[in-house]
Design a protein around this ligand. Structure first.
Ligand SMILES: O=P(O)(O)OC[C@H]1O[C@@](CO)(OP(=O)(O)O)[C@@H](O)[C@@H]1O
Length: 452
């Protein structure tokens, strides 16, 4: 059985059923919910009915006429796609022990929603409707442009033809669309977002899991933004191969701190950003020369190594051989005696992530383990891999969260620093061996540009 960090009730199964006209950001919200829950160890999966529709429709063209509700043949194909998706969702809950599924489709009529609600309830799944309602013309046009140029429906279309056809598709849906209505749908569990943040209507949210999803969704901001991540400059403990502690920067660490403003400006230009640090000396010293507003978070402090704090990995292997092995075997779950595990760090980082979702343009200066956890959230890195990622010192990482993934750019300061990376099965810190996974190498050596 999987651990659950946000709900003690492992039997609760929630199907989030998206509602909304095309180009209202439903897939964006769906993907984010899945990424967030997976990061918190909740087994969650998105079922996009568009993919099922393309599967069942063979060679039928996916132009706006396909979405004409009065074209009965095509309507039947669309119904079949929805049936296949909900079948897979039921299997996900009954056979794969899933906890949250997202049914990503327009689900634009009351009849369709009632049909889905009945199937869910028959299978002991809680249906929770999530409507993204918008009349923000600019946002809709931008989304339509994006979909016109990226959707498999428009593979062989000129972008402007695709965009025009997609706008016509929206019109087809508008003719029959029935928004969620607090009166007419008063028996349904739902959350309705009006222009994402302008107004939120919540109805009959009952369980803890549902309320966490609601809370998360309410913090999503659709505006484009950047997040910069950096470890602190090289510390005296890093040079001495000691973990934890609260040591100062080394001389090279201070050089990095002094160069950081230039690196940030090269990457960000003259924008106004906020710097978040931990409460430990090495991150404060790294932020010291930056001309931005600064904020300290206790939650950004390094993973607490408990009784091993201040020791080298070699000393830990000698003094606590069983613990050393246990950590190598399951680095995510292993909790240092009197200290923390990676899982513990993820839990304490949740408010940081929530605030990051709300903010624009933040630079976070923190520690190796904490940075791995934050990076894993944005890049959807699985738990088995995230504690083993190599995040080198003296490197600024720029994240650009986008609709379907996060773009990463790595900016090296070209100031030498020790490697603090310890590979599985050894107590040495240093360079990565050939046997390291692709992911470690990706983060250590290759440019991170354009990794989605
Ligand atoms: O989980 P592992 O790989 O041990 O990495 C975490 C360690 O990284 C270190 C460096 O070895 O971070 P930091 O440089 O921020 O001090 C240790 O303090 C910390 O215990």
């Amino acid at each position: 059985m999987g651990y659950s960090t946000i709900s003690n009730d492992n039997d609760i199964k929630v199907c989030v059923i998206m509602v909304g006209l095309p180009a209202r950001g439903k897939s964006f919200i769906s993907q984010k919910i899945i990424r967030y829950l997976s990061w918190l160890s909740i087994k969650a999966k998105c079922f996009n009915v568009g993919n099922y529709r393309r599967d069942v429709s063979g060679n039928v063209p996916m132009d706006a006429e396909f979405f004409n509700f009065e074209n009965t043949d095509n309507f039947k194909l669309r119904e079949l796609a929805a049936q296949n998706a909900i079948k897979d969702i039921v299997n996900f809950f009954t056979k794969e022990d899933g906890s949250v599924a997202v049914f990503d489709a327009t689900n634009s009529t009351r009849k369709r929603r009632k049909w889905l609600k009945d199937i869910c309830e028959k299978n002991n799944i809680q249906p929770m409707f999530l409507e993204s309602w918008s009349n923000d013309h600019e946002l809709i046009i931008n989304n339509a442009k994006d979909i016109g140029s990226t959707s498999p429906d428009y593979e062989n279309f000129e972008p402007h033809v695709a965009e025009a056809d997609f706008l016509e598709r929206i019109r087809q849906y508008e003719r029959f669309y029935e928004p969620l209505d607090p009166q007419k749908d008063k028996d349904m569990t739902f959350i309705k977002l009006v222009n994402i943040i302008e107004e939120v209507v919540i109805n009959k949210i009952r369980t803890y899991l549902e309320s966490r999803i609601v809370f998360y969704v309410m913090n999503i901001r659709p505006k484009p933004k950047y997040i910069w991540l950096s470890r602190h400059g090289e510390s005296i403990y890093n040079v001495e191969k000691k973990i934890g502690g609260d040591s100062s920067l080394s001389e090279r660490g201070f050089q990095y701190a002094k160069k950081l403003e230039q690196l940030v400006k090269e990457s960000a230009g003259e924008i106004n950003l906020t710097v978040w640090t931990s409460t430990l000396k090495r991150t404060q010293q790294t932020a010291n020369y930056l001309p931005y507003k600064k904020l300290q978070w206790k939650a950004l402090d390094e993973l607490d190594a408990g009784v091993c704090d201040g020791m080298t990995y070699e000393e830990i292997e000698k003094e606590y051989p069983e613990d050393f092995k246990a950590r190598d075997n399951d680095k995510y779950e292993y909790r240092y005696r009197g200290g923390e595990s990676y899982r513990d760090v993820v839990i304490r980082l949740e408010p940081v992530i929530m605030e990051l979702e709300r903010q624009e343009n933040v630079l976070i200066i923190t520690h190796q383990a904490v940075l791995r956890c934050i990076y894993a959230y944005f890049m959807n890195v699985p738990q088995e891999e995230s504690p083993w990622m190599s995040i080198p010192l003296h490197t600024l990482i720029k994240l650009e969260p986008r609709a379907y993934g996060t773009k990463v750019t790595k900016i090296k300061a070209n100031i030498p620093a020790v490697s603090t990376y310890k590979e599985k099965g050894t107590s040495q810190v240093g360079e990565l061996s050939q046997s390291s996974t692709k992911l470690h190498q990706l983060l250590n050596d290759s440019p991170l540009e354009d990794k989605f």
